[in-house]
Design a protein around this ligand. Structure first.
Ligand code: DGJ
Length: 683
């Protein structure tokens, strides 16, 4: 007899069943409340010539035996086949246990929908209860089944350094679309985020993400019967995983999200989930100044204090000294590993410098990259064996540095001790944790047999983050990896904010943030106002544009503000004050992405949790010269979540909710007015 369970989220439900044969768990329905009340949109019980039943069924987690041709989630060498054993269920969670009676493998499929969210978390616990070691050639976290009867449309994000989070779409009639990283870090190239919808229904969208800060793979395959199955999990870049008798392995959490309101609605589902992950750390992020673009490696007390004085004067709250503050760090060829403030740069002592910054009324932040080491460092001279390497083979340098093997307990102790020591020794409130190279060497000196380097690195990285958060709860941690190469749901649960890209050029940044906000909540979006023309994107935009852009998440300034005129500083102070007025709503509000960087309409609306205030940040994406612009009507920004009959006012101007929703909020761009913040209050 079939056994069946439904998990309920805020708006959605997820129903699974074990068929009478007991060989797998399968999806019945996943969508809005009530969707399971009717014949399954994904189920199939017809003939399967030249295939097996499992290849066509909406299997939740399949071995190769059950799904030999259409893609298994778990591949155990010499085969494994699972049988249902038992289940434990509550409203918001479910654990279904399967076991292989031949080799003793036990797999517990875990499900949970955190309260108030529409995200189903899925992870698998494997235990080897047999007498022999087991070797896993593939260890996926989950398969998510999506009904796509008229073809699948896949949304994904690609990128490269300085061009991360580029939102793109592909129509998939049949076959496979795959993204991933083999870099030991989520990477710049793709984001561990994917969305699927039926080509004839853009409203209903299913999304998948992975909480894994190492190598990963997401693969969507649409079969001939109209089912798209998304497999998600670790990329086993170090070879198969061995599971010794008695050993237990918990695979990373895969997350599935559903929205009936298109990609924008799906973004809101992810935002709510990440706010849940942040928990009590979802506090207003400070307005920060970061010195990287102003001084690069030429850090010293005088230059930093000159910047800090201006920063304090315009309303900045936290001053962050970026790369270059420690011994041997005149450029990127040395210093990493030797985490002592350079006495030549801070002649009166580092603590005296920090005290001077704090005396300006600023909190203090510091950049670190503790997993990396330059060959030109004391650390490397003392511990050359601590870096990833393959015996006898030359080491690969990326940005003149090697990567420490964080999976080794002594290295993890060193990394934790370094950061913890800095936080204990100096008055630090903010940490920017960087990571500027992928892992290239798949080896550990002296290791015999395969080692799960990726798994060990991620496990220790997470442990260190967790210890630091526990022991220094007031310290905000920004995760960075040469820009946005380390953003995944595992990091979203452990870091407070992400640095999405080194590209702060206005129009490039607009596209980066547009993609980023589809996958990540605003409290995770660190963004700086930098000087014009920018490093990457020389297309001119006003200071206002750059401020409004950085206000879309966590506002920071990265410009050389020593050079700013009195007028520019006064304007900056006004924007910062304005940001402080709206940041609670930016952090907690419901986000509606309006248009996009390639469209005439480009704005983000944040609706306050009480729905009384709408904050609209809008940007002019078109030409700034006059040609062809006149006559022109204003751009109209259709707002969401308003009461049609209510009135909403900004200054002397009032509109009905109906007008703002259907006609849209009018904004007239000119060459001198290329961005705006409009705050509408319900009367
Ligand atoms: C890469 C980061 O993305 C930058 O913001 C900066 O911190 C540099 N590293 C410092 O080396």
């Amino acid at each position: 007899m079939t056994k069946r369970w439904t998990l309920r989220g805020a708006q959605t439900e997820y129903t699974v069943a074990v068929p009478a044969h007991g060989r797998w768990l399968e999806l019945v329905a996943w969508g809005p409340h009530g969707v399971s009340d009717g014949p399954s949109p994904v189920g199939y019980d017809g003939p399967v010539p030249f295939l097996t039943k499992g290849d066509a069924a909406p299997v939740e987690y399949a071995t190769e035996t059950e799904r030999p041709f259409a893609g298994a989630d778990l591949v155990v060498e010499a085969r494994s086949s699972l049988r249902f054993v038992s289940a434990a269920a509550a409203d918001d969670r479910l654990a279904v246990t399967f076991a292989d009676p031949v080799n003793g493998l036990r797999a517990v499929l875990q499900y949970r929908i955190p309260a108030g969210t529409d995200v189903v978390e899925r992870w698998v616990e494997l235990v080897n209860e047999g007498p022999d070691p087991l070797r896993l050639a593939r260890a996926g976290s989950a398969g998510f089944c999506v009904p796509t009867p008229h073809g699948a449309r896949i949304s994904y994000q690609w990128g490269q350094w300085a061009q991360e989070f580029q939102l793109a779409h592909v129509d998939l009639a049949h076959g496979t679309f795959a993204v991933g990283s083999a870099q030991g870090v989520p990477g710049h190239l793709y984001v561990p985020w994917l969305a699927v919808n039926d080509q004839e229904d853009p409203a209903g969208v299913w999304g998948v993400g992975l909480a894994w800060t190492g190598s990963w793979k997401i693969q969507a395959e649409r079969d001939t019967g109209g089912l798209t199955r998304v497999r998600v999990g670790r990329g086993l870049v170090d070879g198969p995983l061995d599971l010794a008798p008695g050993e237990r392995l918990t695979l990373p959490t895969a997350a599935g999200a559903y929205s009936a309101d298109g990609l924008g609605g799906l973004a809101r589902v992810w935002h709510a989930y990440q706010r849940h992950l942040a928990g009590e750390r979802l506090t207003p992020r400070p307005v920060l100044y970061n010195s990287w673009e102003a001084t690069y490696f030429a850090v010293d007390a005088d230059s930093q204090l000159a910047l800090a004085r201006v920063a304090a004067g315009i309303g900045v709250e936290t001053f962050v000294v970026d790369d270059g503050w420690f011994t041997g760090r005149g450029d990127d060829t040395g210093g990493l590993g030797d985490w002592t403030p350079d006495p030549a740069k801070f002649p009166a002592g580092f603590d005296a410098f920090v005290a001077d910054v704090r005396a300006l009324g600023l909190r203090f932040g510091l950049w670190v990259e503790p997993e990396c080491v330059n060959p030109r460092s004391r650390l490397y001279a003392e511990h050359p064996d601590w870096v990833y390497s393959v015996d006898g083979q030359p080491l690969t340098q990326v940005r003149n540095q090697y990567l420490l093997d964080l999976g080794r307990p002594e290295v993890a102790e060193f990394v934790h001790g370094t950061v913890d020591g800095l936080l204990r020794k100096h008055a630090i409130d903010y940490l920017k944790w960087d990571f500027n190279r992928p892992r290239t060497e798949p080896g550990r000196p002296g290791a015999t047999g395969p080692v799960d380097l990726d798994g060990a690195h991620v496990a220790n990285l997470w442990r260190i983050y967790e210890r630091l958060r526990r022991d220094h709860p007031h310290v905000i941690i920004e995760a960075c990896a040469g820009g946005g190469a380390r953003t995944d749901l595992g990091m979203a649960a452990r870091a407070d904010v992400f640095w999405p890209s080194d590209n702060t050029g206005p129009l490039d940044r607009l596209a980066i943030q547009h993609g980023f906000l589809h996958a990540n909540a605003p409290h995770l979006l660190s963004s700086w106002v930098t000087d014009a023309p920018g490093l990457f994107d020389p297309r001119p935009r006003s200071l206002a544009f750059r401020f409004v852009l950085a206000m879309a998440g966590v506002l920071g300034i990265g410009a050389d503000i020593r050079r700013w005129s009195a007028q520019e500083r006064a304007e900056a102070a006004r924007w910062i004050a304005r940001y402080k007025e709206i940041r609670e709503i930016v952090m907690h509000g419901t986000v509606h992405l309006i248009g996009g960087p390639g469209q005439a309409r480009c704005a983000v609306q944040y609706l306050s949790p009480d729905e009384r205030t709408a904050v609209v940040l809008a940007w002019h994406t078109g030409r700034l010269d006059g040609a062809g612009l006149l006559p022109s009507r204003p751009v109209r920004l259709p707002l969401r979540g308003l009461r049609p009959q209510a009135r909403y006012g900004t200054g002397d101007q009032h509109y009905s909710g109906s007008h703002l929703t259907t006609a849209g909020l009018p904004v007239q761009w000119t060459a001198a007015h290329d961005a705006d913040v409009i705050v509408l209050h319900r009367d």
